[in-house]
Write a protein that binds this ligand. Structure first.
Ligand SMILES: *[C@@H]1O[C@H](CO)[C@@H](O)[C@H](O)[C@H]1NC(C)=O
Ligand SMILES: *[C@@H]1O[C@H](CO)[C@@H](O)[C@H](O)[C@H]1NC(C)=O
Ligand SMILES: *[C@@H]1O[C@H](CO)[C@@H](O)[C@H](O)[C@H]1NC(C)=O
Length: 477
């Protein structure tokens, strides 16, 4: 059974039609809170391209090449495009709710298009969105790489405004039989040597990061990379490695004095590093303590929790989230967890009495797995709100991740190729010359800086710029 872990911002009423998520399981952190003024849920549509909404890359499908934008998703494995015939892209009313259809693919305009399985593509993401259509194969052009005969999904019934690039393991595709993913074919067709890529999202204030296939950029992280073996994910009952799930040792929130404001050392969970998820999700039992500490509010039918926007400024200064892994702690400052997602609808949202004393309602970067119907304390999902502070090497070939604190806003590159076999032993920039966004907080125990192998000339590697755009955001309050 495949699982696709994408969690968009959308808590759409529109999606509720296909859904299996029992919203009734949602807990209120503040039972008094009452957003609904009538019994009727009402929908707020917020703006596109909010920073923090998702990371997209553009590359081409077909001959001649048709440029398409894709959400980069390490939590799923199928890459698919919206067809020009997709229902969403031909319905103004659906687009009014779900957002304007972005670039679409026209099979009739491609000489290399081959139909593989009509009606065979059917995928449902963790946020309940379901996409259906055909499987086809065609040429995919990413920079200088022309990947031939790539199997792809062609969405005909779609509820997403862009396609998705699935960066996960082929065992996890939605098809009955695994097929080679784009990353597999990059290796198979000789463009990169090993199935691995590095993801650098950069901070919330910037709208572009990058994904580097087949290489590691030493300029984009601080100190050593800690190598973490992937573990099976118990939640989905699989006996194989199917996702980027690693052991997380603990999670803390430090207050401005450096004390543990919330100490979740008993977090004994796997953590999946998922670029397709806008926010991170912790087990419900744990997240409630954290929400209480920060006055976070969560409402029925709204998947992302709310926090006082003041935490993005002075009120949050000095608070630090710490995610502890074997040999590495990744630190995320408070302002990276407070997303100004509702700027355009703030007037409307502010009418909610629970927000009366707030500077404004922002989206909080950590939600509860319980709100996605997962009642299991073994499951943690670390999405973009975590990943922006980290540099992560996704090493599919060796079933491991390597992580370090990100060196933010780095514009230089020092790229080392990932050859087959072991990951290269490389060190990033020195802490003293790094921009980790932590203002000196938490110089730490686990980065012993041994001098590692020097850089090798970069070969057939490719950096894709990931632009932070966002599909439409709907909140049903
Ligand atoms: C945001 O999206 C709208 C339309 O979707 C577009 O007109 C606008 O230029 C975009 N803004 C940025 C900063 O990309
Ligand atoms: C597709 O993108 C490439 C690279 O950005 C650009 O050179 C080309 O003109 C684009 N093609 C179309 C049809 O927009
Ligand atoms: C990165 O650059 C953006 C401007 O593009 C800036 O707002 C942000 O503060 C910078 N981040 C750090 C950690 O320096």
């Amino acid at each position: 059974m495949h699982h696709a872990l994408l969690v968009g911002l959308a808590a759409t009423t529109a999606a509720a039609g296909h859904v299996s998520i029992p919203f009734s399981r949602q807990k209120f952190s503040h039972p008094r809170a009452h957003v609904k003024r009538d019994d009727e849920p009402f929908a707020l549509e917020a703006l596109n391209n909010i920073t923090g909404g998702g990371y997209y890359s553009e590359f081409a499908v077909g001959t001649p090449p048709q440029n398409i934008s894709f959400l980069l998703d390490t939590g799923s494995s199928d890459t698919w495009v919206n067809s020009v015939d997709a229902n969403l892209c031909n319905s103004q009313s659906q687009q009014a709710t779900l957002g304007f259809c972005q670039t679409q693919f026209d099979p009739e305009q491609s000489d290399t298009f081959e139909m593989l399985d009509r009606g065979g593509f059917d995928i449902t993401y963790l946020d309940t969105r379901n996409i259906q259509g055909d499987y086809f194969e065609d040429t995919v052009t990413i920079g200088d790489m022309e990947i031939k005969e790539q199997q792809l999904g062609l969405a005909l019934r779609s509820v997403r405004t862009t396609g998705i690039m699935g960066l996960g393991f082929n065992i996890n595709v939605a098809a009955d039989e695994p097929y080679p993913t784009i990353v597999d074919n990059m290796v198979e067709q000789g463009f990169i040597e090993s199935a691995a890529y590095s993801l650098y999202l950069n901070d919330l204030a910037t709208d572009a990061g990058n994904i580097l296939f087949g290489g590691i950029d030493r300029n984009k992280f601080v100190g050593d990379l800690a190598v973490l073996p992937l573990i099976r994910d118990a939640t989905f009952g699989s006996t194989d490695i199917t996702s980027f799930n690693v052991k997380i040792e603990g999670f803390d929130l430090r207050d401005p004095d450096g004390n543990r404001a919330v100490d979740l050392t008993d977090l004994k969970s796997g953590a999946i590093l998922d670029s397709g998820s806008t926010i991170s999700l912790l087990p419900d039992g744990q997240v409630q303590d954290l929400w209480e500490e920060l006055g976070v509010m969560s409402f029925q039918n709204v998947i992302a929790p709310f926090i006082d926007c003041a935490y993005a400024g002075e009120k949050g200064r000095g608070y630090m989230f710490e995610f502890r892994f074997d040999g590495k702690t990744i630190r995320v400052p408070m302002d990276e967890m407070v997303i100004d997602a509702y700027a355009d609808v703030q007037d409307l949202i502010s009418q909610e009495p629970s927000f009366r004393d707030w500077d404004g309602a922002c989206m909080f970067g950590i939600g509860s797995t319980g709100d996605f119907g997962i009642d299991n304390d073994q499951f943690t999902l670390l999405g973009a709100t975590f990943l922006r502070s980290a540099y992560v090497v996704y090493d599919l070939a060796n079933e491991q991740l390597a992580i370090a604190q990100a060196n933010l806003n780095s514009t230089d590159s020092d790229i080392v190729e990932i050859t087959s076999g072991k990951l290269p032993d490389v060190t990033g920039v020195d802490r003293s010359s790094a921009n980790d966004g932590l203002n000196g907080a938490g110089a730490d125990e686990d980065d012993d800086e041994d001098d590692a192998a020097a850089g090798i000339a970069p070969p057939a590697m490719l950096a894709l710029t990931a632009l932070g755009l966002l599909g439409s955001l709907m909140v049903a309050l």
